[in-house]
Write a protein that binds this ligand. Structure first.
Ligand code: NAD
Ligand code: TDX
Length: 332
């Protein structure tokens, strides 16, 4: 058995990663370390609770992290503050968890000579112009726009430096926007779906022309396992499905799939510094490691995600009003 420590395993991608690992990769014995911030929930791991060890704790707690890293063979690092809008309201927890937390983890990984995979985002590269074919590559310069992406960029640079200066055995991946079950209702797709389900209009920032590349969370997690298995130490891999869609088109698709008129949405205040477009060139991951996204049809993946939120109101319902109150304070 390979002992795997998963930080942030009670969040959206982390809990899907743990489900994936427990059901499809029985060679791993999983321990989750998660602080259970507003974004992490024990409920997310209910179905696999008997198959994993769960430790509630902070990645900035050096003594705890040292002990858990010592007990693991491999560490998959997802714990982070993850929402751009929150980072615009209060950057402090982002600096703490994303930068200091990654530093604490790196030092433990260095001391105990463990393998690390660091999960990051394409937002570290800034944005791309609309209406072009340009894509980010592993060689793109770092140019983050928001406090969130600046702290993720910092964490990537720390990992790269620990690889080069201290010989830490780490890999990195930068994925595009994820969607799927257990995504917090503060994020774009779940917010709009749960708005419709609670009789609210979807809320589009600015013109809605901004484009994101949407990758199903299962495809992201499969890529992470491939990198753990076959990735080159010190290497970075970009992950992206190739499926680029504008925010306006997504809102219209959600309304249509949910049987509502496609113009029944509201335009609200734009996000300051709003990145225009993200798109990843994932040729390296595809050609060297053989990754291919399995969820190719965005429309069918979106329809399945809508069904998940419709069937799991117990999961998001109790938090919905609070989320919308916070959005009202920012202007929608
Ligand atoms: P999330 O907010 O849903 O989950 C984050 C988890 O980390 C939560 O369970 C939270 O409790 C935990 N956490 C936060 N601070 C912590 C701390 N100090 N100590 C321990 N646990 C802590 O986020 P997500 O969307 O699942 O993102 C996971 C990772 O993937 C992040 O590193 C994010 O930057 C990256 N990422 C996300 C996306 C996306 O589209 N969601 C895309 C690319 C990369
Ligand atoms: O209500 C909304 N209306 C709206 O138009 C919300 C919440 C968002 N948006 C827009 C902003 C973005 O252009 O939708 C797009 C997606 O927004 P988010 O879900 O906040 O995602 P984004 O800012 O693109 O960042 C996401 O992808 C990269 C994740 O939250 C990050 O953790 C990840 O690193």
């Amino acid at each position: 058995m390979t002992r795997m420590l998963v930080t942030g395993g009670a969040g959206f991608i982390g809990s899907n990663f743990v489900h994936h690992t427990v059901t499809r990769r029985p060679e791993f014995e999983v321990c989750v370390l998660d602080a259970l911030t507003y974004a992490g929930h024990r409920d997310n791991l209910k179905a696999v609770a008997g198959d994993i060890r769960f430790v509630e704790g902070d990645i900035c707690d050096a003594a705890l992290v040292d002990r858990l890293v010592a007990e693991a063979d491999v560490v998959v690092h997802l714990a982070a503050e993850s929402h751009v809008d929150n980072s615009l309201r209060d950057p402090e927890p982002f600096v703490r968890s994303n930068i200091t937390g990654t530093y604490v983890l790196l030092e433990a990984v260095r001391r105990h000579e463990r393998r690390l995979h660091h999960i990051s985002t394409d937002e570290v590269f800034g944005d791309l112009p609309l209406d072009t074919d340009e894509k980010f590559t592993e060689a793109s310069p770092y140019n983050p726009s928001s406090p969130y992406s600046a702290t993720k960029a910092s964490s990537d640079l720390l990992v790269r430096a620990w690889v080069r200066s201290f010989g830490v055995a780490a890999t990195l991946s930068n994925c595009a926007n994820n969607y799927g079950p257990y995504q917090h209702a503060e994020k774009f797709i779940p917010r709009q779906v749960t708005n419709v389900l609670t009789g609210r209009p979807p809320k589009l920032y600015g013109t809605g022309r901004n484009v994101r590349e949407w990758t199903h969370v299962e495809d992201h997690n499969e890529a992470v396992h491939l990198i753990l298995e076959k990735g080159g130490i010190g290497e970075t891999y970009l992950i992206g499905s190739g499926c680029e869609v504008s925010n306006k088109a997504i809102v219209e698709m959600i309304l249509e799939l949910m049987g509502k008129p496609v113009d029944r949405y509201e335009k609200v205040l734009d996000r300051p510094g709003h990145d225009l477009r993200y798109a990843n060139d994932s040729t390296k991951l595809r050609t060297r490691l053989g990754w291919e996204p399995r969820h190719r049809g965005f429309r069918s993946g979106l329809a399945a995600t809508i069904d998940w939120y419709r069937e799991n109101t117990w999961w998001w319902g109790p938090r919905k009003d609070g989320i919308e109150k916070a959005y009202d304070a920012r202007g929608g």
